[in-house]
Design a protein. Structure first.
Length: 248
């Protein structure tokens, strides 16, 4: 004999079931991270417009001095088309140019902002310059990219600020678009930030251009599992899977 439930009992269970589903959805959205519940941007559950297949048409800075761009930069703001909440802190980039193979390398480091251990992750990206008459346009050299993956230096004064944009196109997939707002120091003035944000293409929703905290970034814990593709591949799990394949 099975127990029965009256109509009033069913009606009482419906709100509870809906509440449980809502909680599961919220956990799925923010990854279940306690940090996002207290982050000032976490309440913004807005969504991006539909993904585009093509990269925006942009031009690299004219009369670009490649050597002056090299060296250390702090990433003070960051945009990625795959991310809807701020995740990173202490993001820094160091650019070098090899005259032997004419390749540009960016060694970068960052931490996840909600990580209580503040473990520093590191990686690198390498570019080639397709046309040396346009030294501000770079192409990625890694062979894991199917399709086009371009990087443009949109603007820089070399001594204070810089703006770099990346975009990848892959058949039958939405494009991957990202941008770095760079500073030689740990912060930029508001007018400098506004000036650089104004140079971004309309394809970049500036409300998703997140601040990258640069406070208390010395003496971070070194990671034994650095992920050099974490920045350039869409999604943290994707990055780790591809990194394992590359190193087989």
């Amino acid at each position: 004999v099975y127990p029965t439930m009256g109509r009033s009992g069913l009606l009482q269970l419906v709100p509870l079931a809906l509440l449980l589903i809502l909680q599961l959805v919220l956990v799925e959205v923010d990854g279940g991270s306690p940090w996002t519940k207290h982050n000032s941007n976490a309440h913004q559950t807005r969504r991006r417009s539909g993904p585009s297949q093509r990269c925006p048409k942009v031009k690299a800075i004219r009369n670009f001095d490649l050597e002056r761009m090299m060296g250390c930069w702090h990433v003070v703001q960051y945009y990625a088309s795959t991310e809807e909440l701020p995740e990173y802190a202490c993001m820094r980039s160091h650019f070098t140019f090899s005259k032997e193979d004419r390749h540009i390398t960016m060694n970068f480091s960052y931490i996840f902002a909600e990580d209580p251990l503040r473990e520093k992750l590191q990686g690198n990206i390498t570019w080639m310059i397709p046309k040396f008459e346009e030294p501000g346009h770079w192409k990625h050299t890694e062979d894991i990219y199917e399709g086009v993956y371009n990087t443009y230096v949109l603007d820089t004064d070399y001594d204070t600020w810089g703006l770099v944009m990346h975009c990848a196109e892959k058949k039958k997939h939405p494009r991957y678009l990202s941008a770095l707002l760079l500073s030689r120091k740990t912060e930029l003035a508001e007018n400098e930030i506004s000036f650089l944000r104004g140079k971004l293409p309309q394809d970049i929703d500036k409300s998703f251009m997140f601040d990258i905290g640069q406070g208390s970034c010395d003496n971070l814990m070194e990671s034994s599992q650095d992920d050099p593709l974490a920045y350039v591949i869409n999604g943290r799990q994707n990055a780790r899977e591809i990194f394992k394949l590359v190193n087989k």
